[in-house]
Write a protein that binds this ligand. Structure first.
Ligand SMILES: Cc1cc2nc3c(=O)[nH]c(=O)nc-3n(C[C@H](O)[C@H](O)[C@H](O)COP(=O)(O)OP(=O)(O)OC[C@H]3O[C@@H](n4cnc5c(N)ncnc54)[C@H](O)[C@@H]3O)c2cc1C
Length: 388
């Protein structure tokens, strides 16, 4: 770090600046800390949040041993799926495991790795402006002027708010309780991926349950829809669900979790410039049709590391266009024919082996595997979406 100015506002120069110490920023910084190419580089991480809250529960599927296994607090090999017609599927996830990490464990681990390394400097500031020239990027906060050779930016572009209506777009909005019950009622070995026995009228909405033990679970009500409901309605619905499906149990609410993830084909992956790479949600790392990004971020981080080393344009991982097309079709259905969601997801889970289904969501299937999967789905909503 070089201090180039002793006036009131200091200017600090770094090789790289990362705006945002969330999932994307921390995964990228930790990957840099582990690669010798970056050992002489100075890297600043700027975030107004110190990441002291356990604000999210991250889940993802993966095969075998994974990069974050030391942080996994619970994992499952089987899942339940319930259709709106009360049909139960028991899904054997083999060869995948569904893993859960508490956000605070992830933040603490990454920050402790980075703080042991003097090349990383943390600044708890809100970034106000970014300006890019041919040779440098300037990042301004209230206290500092920073400059760097390359910026990684997790701020969602301002114009997304105004332009999102031009794209396929639904919100994944959810709210949940972590509860402890007076008696064991959950099967700790199976999580519930989607329970459509309890839906908001005419919508793709479902319960998602992550049991920690027989008497402790996160129960979350989730919408994949062009609308959402109020916080009070979310709470009422969660309580109604527990009263109906876990009749007679007494429970205490230990924690609440809420969130909104944009599910969209907005071209986040086209917002990079020569010296600024958008990362995380802002870089299109969230899978548009599922809202998952924790595991997917690894692919983008690996590509960025390779591109920096090879001195190529730093644009991260670029998924094949056909996967963006499938996402767009499903989003169009959720946007315009929202009632069709439960049947489509039921058919997807019922007719496709998880080994293929998760591979498809990871965008690693062959065209033939994709065709086989698509042919098992109700075709009318897709044809309508194609016409739209
Ligand atoms: C409640 C919740 C649960 C989720 N669960 C899962 C899950 O189970 N599995 C999964 O794969 N995905 C999940 N996701 C989706 C996705 O993984 C997360 O949203 C993930 O945090 C996205 O990573 P990110 O780095 O883009 O954003 P964030 O993790 O939100 O990080 C962005 C950071 O940038 C900082 N920042 C923003 N603006 C500025 C500014 N102007 N100046 C300085 N700092 C700034 C913020 O403070 C924040 O720390 C979940 C999302 C939510 C909201």
């Amino acid at each position: 770090m070089v201090n180039t100015n002793t006036d009131e506002i200091q200017t600090l120069h770094f090789d790289y600046i990362i705006i945002g110490s969330g999932v994307a920023g921390l995964q990228l910084a930790v990957a840099m800390s582990k690669h010798h190419f970056f050992c002489a580089k100075k890297i600043a991480i700027i975030d107004f949040s110190k990441k002291k809250d356990n604000d999210k529960t991250f889940c993802f599927w993966e095969k075998g041993i994974g990069k974050w296994d030391n942080l996994v607090s619970k994992s499952w090999h089987q899942a339940y799926f319930y259709s709106s017609e009360n049909k139960e599927l028991r899904i054997d996830l083999t060869p995948y495991t569904y893993k859960k990490i508490q956000a605070l464990d992830f933040y603490n681990y990454c920050i402790s790795v980075l703080k042991k390394n003097t090349q990383f400097s943390f600044f708890y500031e809100k970034v106000d402006t970014v300006t890019e020239t041919d040779n440098t990027v300037c990042v301004n906060t209230n206290q500092y002027n920073f400059s760097c050779s390359h910026l990684f930016d997790s701020r969602i572009p301002e114009h997304f708010k105004d332009q999102k209506k031009a794209y396929a777009y639904v919100d994944q909005s959810f709210s949940g309780f972590e509860i402890e019950t007076n008696t064991p009622v959950f099967n700790k070995d199976n999580f519930t991926m989607m329970d459509y026995r309890f839906t908001w009228k005419n919508s793709t909405s479902f319960m998602y349950i992550l049991p920690e033990s027989g008497s402790k679970a996160l129960v979350e009500y989730t919408f994949f829809a062009p609308f959402t409901i109020s916080a009070t309605e979310f709470e009422t619905q969660l309580k109604n669900y527990l009263n109906i499906f876990f009749k007679g149990i007494k429970y205490t609410i230990k924690k609440k979790e809420t969130g909104v993830i944009p599910m969209t084909n907005f071209p986040f992956n086209k917002q990079h410039t020569l010296r600024t790479t958008k990362i995380g949600t802002a870089g299109g790392w969230v899978k548009a049709s599922t809202g998952y990004s924790f595991k997917r971020s690894e692919k983008f981080v690996n590509s960025i590391i390779q591109q920096l080393i090879a001195q190529k344009p730093v644009i991260g991982h670029q998924p094949a266009a056909r996967f963006q097309f499938y996402d767009q079709l499903l989003l169009k259905i959720l946007e315009k024919q929202n009632t069709k969601g439960p049947e489509i997801f039921y058919k997807m889970y019922k007719n496709t082996h998880p080994a293929v289904f998760f591979k498809f969501l990871d965008e690693e299937t062959t065209l033939l595997e994709e065709l086989k999967l698509i042919l098992k789905l109700p075709y009318l909503p897709f044809i309508k979406a194609l016409i739209q």
